[in-house]
Design a protein around this ligand. Structure first.
Ligand SMILES: *Cc1c(COP(=O)(O)O)cnc(C)c1O
Length: 369
């Protein structure tokens, strides 16, 4: 069977070295062997997160990590501001509502980045904001939020904790927790970090750990204080996703071998290659250039064709799998993931397949401006 070029926004393809690491037999998670793996993984992640006080690995998907961030830092009844520019921003608002918080939304239209001025106005209106929740890279629209500007507003206008969803940016673009003053950054194993799903990786500040200790919200498995204590002792609270740790150790070694600057540059280059190729096909891009995501590109299909048809034909005829649009963009947009284990050749293959499908159908001409 020939392989599929998996160009969705996660999970992402596994490098052969990582797949080999996954064939390791089980070890006890309390063994010296596993402690070595854990220490190497957490050590390797520290620069990727931009120097957090600690990194808490929870065995769950990214959404579990986001819920953990919220329930540890904010108590029921407290107010939070959620900055939402798409589907995953809305999910964070839903998590906050489920946790019994008072939620104020700062929204931008889909395809745009958040406006720091709007956030500032909201923080000046409400002086009692316990936390601000922001999506760094909005995977549904392919927009990278301007974190330096947004975090500066949070720091200057409030004492709120800053919680950032870095699920689809971590490992592909700078996440500078210390410089930006981020208190919790939530990432995952299965996107730019080239490992399978199974781990939420939370960079956490001292302030966030203190808030967790003082916090009354209910949680047991997802407790920051317990996990921070375990990590301090070079272990985890409960049985972790051991194979994912083995995989992540290998992928972090690959990142170190390639060089962190080269990894960042490659993602930038592939994003530009993808955007350029789509524009050459006459397709409209969702994100404006300054805020274009380095990891996922969203574009609109020609008005007279169905996004699902294009996606299906790319998969069946060319073995290239792209992602559908989300929510209101389900029928009008498609998304190309270009994060993690991906090269120029694979992005070119996506563009060739898309060009061939558009050419072959009766969709030439009259493309959406
Ligand atoms: C993928 C993604 C998530 C959700 O991750 P799961 O692992 O599926 O729970 C959350 N936020 C963003 C921005 C994502 O891209």
């Amino acid at each position: 069977m020939d392989t599929v070029n998996l160009r969705i926004s996660g999970p992402t393809p596994l490098p052969p070295r990582v797949r080999a690491a996954l064939s390791t037999d089980m070890v006890s998670h309390r063994s010296a062997a596993f402690r070595d793996v854990l220490a190497e993984v957490l050590g390797g992640l520290a620069p990727v997160f931009g120097g957090p006080a600690t990194i808490l690995p929870f065995t769950c998907s990214g959404t579990g990590g986001l819920e953990a961030a919220v329930v540890n830092t904010v108590s029921p009844g407290q107010r939070v501001v959620v900055v939402s520019i798409g589907y995953f921003g809305r999910r964070m608002a839903e998590i906050a509502l489920a946790a019994g918080l008072a939620v104020e939304l700062v929204e931008a239209p889909w395809g745009r980045a958040a406006d720091p001025g709007d956030l500032e106005a909201m923080l000046r209106r409400h002086r009692d904001v316990a936390a601000v929740l922001i999506t760094h890279n909005e995977t549904s629209t392919g927009v990278l939020n301007p974190m330096p500007e947004l975090s500066r507003v949070v720091r200057e206008c409030s004492d709120a904790l800053l919680v950032v969803d870095v699920v689809s940016s971590l490992g592909a673009t700078p996440v500078l927790m210390r410089d930006w003053g981020v208190d919790v950054a939530v990432g995952v194993s299965q996107k730019a970090l080239m490992a399978p799903p199974g781990l939420a990786l939370l960079g956490v500040s001292t302030r966030a750990l203190d808030a967790a200790t003082a916090n009354s919200a209910r949680r047991y498995y997802f407790d920051f204080t317990a996990m921070a204590q375990a990590v301090e002792e070079n272990t985890t609270t409960y049985t972790p996703a051991i194979p994912v740790f083995h995989a992540l150790r290998e992928s972090l070694r690959m990142i170190a071998d390639e060089g962190w600057d080269q990894v960042l540059a490659r993602h930038q280059r592939l994003s530009e290659q993808c955007r350029g190729g789509l524009a050459d096909l006459g397709l409209a891009l969702a994100a404006d250039r300054p805020h274009a995501s380095p990891t996922v590109t969203s574009f609109f299909v020609p008005a007279q064709v169905r996004a699902s048809d294009i996606r299906e034909r790319m998969a069946v005829e060319h073995r290239v799998q792209v992602a559908s649009g989300r929510a209101t963009w389900k029928n009008s947009a498609l998304r190309v993931g270009h994060m993690g284990y991906v090269s120029d050749g694979e992005v070119a293959q996506v563009l060739d397949a898309l060009g061939a499908v558009l050419e072959k159908g009766s969709v030439r001409g009259g493309r959406q401006a």
